[in-house]
Ligand binder design. Structure first.
Ligand SMILES: Nc1ncnc2c1ncn2[C@@H]1O[C@H](COP(=O)(O)OP(=O)(O)OP(=O)(O)O)[C@@H](O)[C@H]1O
Length: 263
């Protein structure tokens, strides 16, 4: 049965994403790894949030569960006032196509499709109308209007990631999730990508959640949430590169202390 998503907050609510006690464990009972341990998070619409933490702290798992690419074992994910957890795979896929945009570290463009075709693929998959003027507009927004008929192998890494951002934004999603979007890029291309993500929030009111290891990347966000051992371990508003680096160093300290103490 396809369960209708439950509306949790009034229409027009300014909360774009809510996680309630989200828990995710991998492996069987003997080798269980708790990747997320009761995470609660509320992000307002029109915000840019970076997620940081030591390796293995659960950042990618958080993104996958929040984006509906994976299901938590317990807890709820609410996007734009509608519960995403529960329901059939088909309902989840439909919900994701309507409400979620995703940007991956390795771009994930289809090599046989042109830039324009890659960009509008989410619209086609959702059975929505594809408008040439809209395609031109969205690609102009990422500085690639003159590359519409090119294939991805003719583009630089930074240009490929800009196509991926256009593809994530084309459906006007409630939340865009980006997993290390600048991880494979040089500093200049990384800054271009970060400015685009920031602009999508500031100019167009999108909500962006970005996992990153890089304090420079995180400094483009409005706030940073830190994870350690699958739990939230603090938040930093208006982050600067230095403040992020310092907070991360201390997170690392506490994890290292625990490891040395055999906790
Ligand atoms: N498919 C899986 N099967 C088993 N364990 C997993 C799986 N995916 C993640 N884990 C474990 O869950 C924990 C959290 O992993 P996750 O990838 O979310 O961390 P991360 O903070 O994104 O790490 P990194 O910064 O290294 O990418 C880790 O201990 C990891 O080994």
């Amino acid at each position: 049965m396809v369960r209708r998503p439950r509306r949790e907050t009034p229409v027009g609510s300014s909360e774009a994403l809510r996680l309630v006690e989200v828990t995710k464990t991998y492996g069987d009972a003997e080798n269980a790894v708790t990747a997320l341990d009761g995470v609660n998070l509320s992000l307002p619409a029109g915000s840019f949030t970076a997620v940081m933490g030591p390796s293995g702290s659960g950042k990618s798992t958080l993104l996958q569960c929040a984006a509906g690419l994976d299901r938590p074992d317990h807890g709820r994910v609410v996007v734009d006032g509608e519960e995403m957890t529960g329901g059939s795979e088909a309902a989840l896929t439909k919900f994701r196509r309507q409400r979620i945009g995703f940007v991956f570290q390795q771009y994930n463009l289809l090599p046989t499709l042109t830039v324009a075709q890659n960009t509008v693929l989410p619209l086609k998959l959702a059975g929505r109308r594809v408008d040439r003027a809209r395609t031109e507009e969205i690609l102009a927004g990422v500085g690639l209007a003159d590359r519409m008929e090119h294939h991805p192998d003719k583009l630089s890494g930074g240009q490929r990631q800009r196509v991926a951002i256009a593809r994530a934004l084309v459906t006007e999603p409630s939340v865009v999730f980006a997993d290390e979007p600048t991880g494979a890029l040089d500093t200049r291309s990384a800054r271009d990508v970060l400015r685009l993500l920031q602009g999508s929030v500031r100019l167009h009111g999108r909500t962006v959640v970005m996992v990153t290891h890089d304090p420079m990347a995180a400094s483009y966000a409005d706030s940073v949430v830190f994870l350690a051992d699958g739990r939230l371990a603090g938040q930093l508003n208006a982050p600067t590169v230095d403040a992020v680096a310092e907070r991360l160093a201390h997170l690392g300290d506490s994890v290292n202390d625990e490891m040395q103490a055999g906790v």
